[in-house]
Design a protein around this ligand. Sequence first.
Ligand code: 13P
Length: 342
Amino acid sequence: MNDEELAAIVQRMTSGCKGILAIDESIATCNSRFAALGIAPSVAMRRAYRDLLVTAPGLHDHIAAVILSDETIGQATADGLPFAEALASRDIVAGIKVDIGLTPFAADGELVTQGLDGLAARLAAYRLQGAQFAKWRAVLCIDDALPTRACIAANAHALARFAALCQEAGVVPVVEPEILMVGDHSLLVCAAVTEHVLRLVFEQLVEQRVSLEAIILKIAMVLPGEDCPQQATPALVAESTLRSLRRAVPAAVGAVAFLSGGQSPLAATERLAAMHDGARPRPWPLTFSFGRALQAPALAHWRGRHDHAASAQAILVHRAACNGAARAGAYNAAIEHDRNPS
Ligand code: 13P
């Protein structure tokens, strides 16, 4: 598959007003979210939950792509249809998280992402299972002395190697250098760190000859740390995020997608809406690729109960619709309220 064909998949995933649903939590993360709600941490419950999400009626009206995990891409709907095929049958692009998690980078508590060994073979196998894109998440923390340039560089190098291997395998890379909300840093500090990280990531992507048109950059919005006493309005978050992106992300990049990163579902939608409010310059499609901000209300409602499955699906689709409206510049309190099925 050449770069133009990969760029066409990026367009399918990100143009218009649909978004990307992330359901690629590791088994441990999924189990801990289940445990908090008293749901049994079993393979069967994880399959039932992902089945509910993947088959939600109307999902394809607002969701263009879904990120699966290694466990989930091997699972099937109650009717026996593999999840990737169930998604494809509704014109939703299936993808896969391919990193295998985080390991300490050095003694100061920073992290680097693992999973490059054997990645080419895994990508080929996932592609046969129906994955058209792959995601790799690096995690960076802000503290007085962090992130260090060495840790950013190590993660940027791995992200670029991942992206190059993906494009070689005919799979669109979703390049995700996530800067965590944890801490009491200011919005300005987050903006400066975001720009610094993005510059080093793009230096590596260019050096490793990654086609920028055929990637999706996935990042956190520029936000004050969650413990910062001075929080920011949606308009200020939007202005800061777009300014940092314009300064550090080449216009050639296929698309930019936001993760939700622990924001409440409403806050994530309002901030996404502010980014699409008015004439702020946006050289790339700017979409959502939320995990928690799309799933959390549906999961809390479902709680493992079969008789709650249909209403949980409606709650998921409602959040997807609200975020779609945010992308369209059409989100408001009436849409949030009117369509709310809960
Ligand atoms: P959240 O939106 O819950 O941050 O998850 C998105 C994701 O894919 C993180 O890697």
